[in-house]
Each structure stands twice: as structure tokens, then as C-alpha cells.
Design a protein around this ligand. Structure first.
Ligand code: FE2
Length: 171
């Protein structure tokens, strides 16, 4: 069992990489798939001041040990892993995770994606992947995505930051 609590406690005090239109170095802004997603958000008249989340990376913001353990647990090698944080009042709108390195990743093998709930349930923390909604999932719950490119969104209308662990693996 991976001990997520000490990691989350440490990240609560740490600044990570913001993902928002104010921080475009962390999004593949020129990728045609991303441009398509942006068009959808603009036509939905999104309030972009509410669109903001934070990513934390292994070996940069937190120790890599939990990623190694997770990789063993799901029996896949790592392409990419990170912890996302959505603060109260912020959201990650409907999108899929466009990555400029996707072609490189696909050369490694078949790709699979997982999300792990790493805190105990908190009021107002929601996650939707495809047609499935997640709320009040116990800490340690792991969900394998139907497709690594699945559309998803997250929102925090609660009172505490929402943290999730994400793993894109290959075999
Ligand atoms: Fe995402």
C-alpha cells in the first residue's frame, strides 16, 4: 500500500507547475488537438479565470518511490506520472490529455492510463472520466481508464485542495 498522506501533506505547502492560460509553458498550445479543445471551450464561453490546476512531478516535487511502486502494482512501465491539484473554486474543463510526445510513447508499446485517489473523500471534489463520475472515492482507489485519450474533467467546489495521482504506462 503506497503511503500517499505524507506526500500530499508535503505538496500542500509546495508550489508546482500551474496549468492555465496564464501559464502556457505547461500546455501544448500549438498542438492541433489542443487547438480543437480550446475552440470548444471558447464556444462554450468558459470563464478562463476559473480554469487552473497544478501539476507536481516525480523527482522534481516529490520522491519517485511511489511511482516505482505504482508501476509494479499495475505491471506497466512509466511514460509519464504526476499528481494534479485543483484548488477550491478552480476546475480543469472537459478535455483529453494532449501530449506532444504521444508518437514517441506509442513506439514503446500499448499505452494505458490510471488515476489513483490519494486523499480521503472531501466535500466538493469531483472527477468525470468519459461517462463515469467519481465522488467520495476512498484513498487508495485506483481506476484504469477505458482509453488513455479519454475525455475528462475535474472541479473543486469544496473547501480543500483536491489531489489525484495519474500514471500513463506502456507494456
Ligand atoms: Fe487531464
Amino acid at each position: 500500500m503506497i503511503k500517499w498522506k505524507p506526500i500530499v501533506d508535503m505538496l500542500l505547502l509546495l508550489d508546482g507547475e500551474h496549468v492555465s492560460l496564464k501559464h502556457t509553458n505547461n500546455i501544448p498550445i500549438g498542438n492541433p488537438h489542443f487547438v480543437e479543445i480550446m475552440k470548444q471551450l471558447e464556444s462554450a464561453k468558459y470563464d478562463f479565470s476559473s480554469v487552473d490546476w497544478i501539476d507536481y512531478y516525480p523527482s522534481v516535487h516529490f520522491d519517485n518511490t511511489c511511482v516505482d511502486e505504482f508501476s509494479k502494482l499495475v505491471d506497466h512501465e512509466i511514460c509519464r506520472a504526476w499528481i494534479s491539484r485543483v484548488d477550491p473554486g478552480k476546475n480543469a474543463p472537459w478535455h483529453w490529455d494532449v501530449d506532444d510526445r504521444e508518437t514517441e510513447f506509442l513506439k514503446l508499446g500499448k499505452l494505458k492510463r490510471w488515476t489513483c485517489f490519494i486523499t480521503e473523500p472531501k466535500v466538493g471534489h469531483s472527477l468525470i472520466i468519459g461517462n463515469k463520475g467519481f465522488y467520495n472515492e476512498p484513498a487508495g482507489t485506483i481506476y484504469e481508464w477505458p482509453n488513455y485519450r479519454e475525455w475528462h474533467c475535474a472541479a473543486n467546489c469544496g473547501m480543500e485542495p483536491q489531489f489525484l495521482f495519474h500514471f500513463l504506462g506502456f507494456k
